[in-house]
Ligand binder design. Structure first.
Ligand SMILES: Nc1ncnc2c1ncn2[C@@H]1O[C@H](COP(=O)(O)OP(=O)(O)OP(=O)(O)O)[C@@H](O)[C@H]1O
Ligand SMILES: [Mg+2]
Length: 330
């Protein structure tokens, strides 16, 4: 069976006054129907730009896009704006990074949900309201029918995020893209929202892409994980393999910075030293080499390609270190 979404060699760059921003530089991945892909990486690694491009939301005169994004066999990158409008919010839905600005402050939750339904479905207002109430119930809001007449400001951040999820699920999408669905929320609410997302996925069978900078967030919910650094995937594996046998020094750094309840707080987290590079003039060779505790001379000269990790067909890493070196303790 071919995957629901198949992205091949996706490249996105922006022509700006300061120079060309190479936001995504050749990314490939598959999302199987009903499965969850986690895309993980620090700020600026190209996570959002990549998925916005697949949704047709980065098209502009200063944007250069190449590659392929086959959804059900049809290339989204070359689909017309009109075709994309009918796909967005219907077959593919997105929960945006900033849920507060995605809800309109002047309209009730009900009006906004009804609109999201009626854009794509030829149903009566009464039927759309029934569906809206059903959706609010699904995302765990009590007394959903009366909530329809509330305004966004009457809801807490966690409740607004639930409404955004309800809105994304309104038309039973086949693919749901959740961009940092929990960052604006406190830790307990984050955990509840993730549980809700995992639950809804089990119920609806929707395929998902979850974007986050926190590997801990996708540990429980993702089947596959792609780790991005500076516009490229540097490691890709099943979630189980990635946690059991991380290969890239960057992945290992991300793992070390996951807050864990069972760790003594006085030891603290071990964040990766340094900052992500500018995407206008990223470092040559492996873009991670200036921050990499394991870098050696070749790393500044050669761009590592994603290659299979011995012993696992689906685990791939882009790193010049010898395999034995990669898993050695620092
Ligand atoms: N419209 C644009 N014009 C120019 N540069 C852009 C544009 N949109 C994004 N960028 C740049 O592209 C790079 C990738 O941005 P992107 O938003 O995809 O990062 P991200 O991985 O989602 O980060 P975050 O975790 O902060 O959301 C960044 O350097 C960003 O500044
Ligand atoms: Mg982003």
């Amino acid at each position: 069976m071919s995957p629901l979404l198949s992205v091949r060699d996706l490249k996105v760059s922006f022509d700006t006054e300061d120079g060309v921003v190479a936001a995504v530089s050749g990314v490939s991945y598959d999302v199987e129907a009903g499965k969850t892909l986690g895309i993980v990486g620090e700020s600026g690694s190209g996570k959002t730009v990549g998925t916005l491009t697949i949704m047709g939301l980065t098209r502009a005169v200063n944007t250069k896009i190449s590659g392929e994004a086959l959804f059900d066999g049809k290339d989204l990158l070359t689909s017309s704006e009109q075709q994309m409008r009918s796909i967005r919010g219907d077959e593919i839905a997105m929960i945006f990074q900033d849920p507060l600005s995605s809800l309109h402050p002047f309209f009730t939750i009900g009006a906004q949900l009804v609109e999201a339904i009626q854009v794509h479905r030829n149903v009566s207002k009464a039927a759309a309201r029934d569906r809206a109430a059903e959706l609010l119930g699904m995302v765990g809001l009590s007394d959903p029918r009366s909530r329809l007449s509330s305004y966004p400001h009457e809801f807490s951040g966690g409740m607004r995020q639930r409404v955004m999820i309800a809105m994304a699920l309104a038309n039973d999408p086949r693919l749901l893209i959740a961009d940092e669905p929990t960052t604006a929320l406190d830790v307990t609410v984050q955990a509840q929202i993730l549980e809700l997302i995992a639950d809804l996925q089990r119920q609806t069978g929707t395929a998902m892409i979850i974007i986050t900078h926190d590997l801990g967030v996708v540990a429980e919910v993702a089947d596959e994980i792609a780790v991005m650094y500076a516009g490229r995937i540097v490691e890709q594996a099943s979630a189980a393999d990635l946690f059991a046998n991380p290969q890239h020094p960057y992945t290992r750094g991300l793992l070390a910075s996951i807050p864990r309840l069972d760790r003594d707080r006085s030891i603290g987290l071990d964040p990766i030293a340094g900052r992500p590079p500018s995407m206008i003039s990223p470092p040559g060779g492996c873009a991670f080499h200036p921050r990499c505790p394991r870098a050696f001379d070749r790393c500044s000269e050669e761009l590592p390609q994603l290659e299979a990790v011995a012993g696992s067909s689906n685990h791939r890493v882009a790193c010049l270190l010898e395999p034995a070196e990669r898993s050695r303790k620092a």
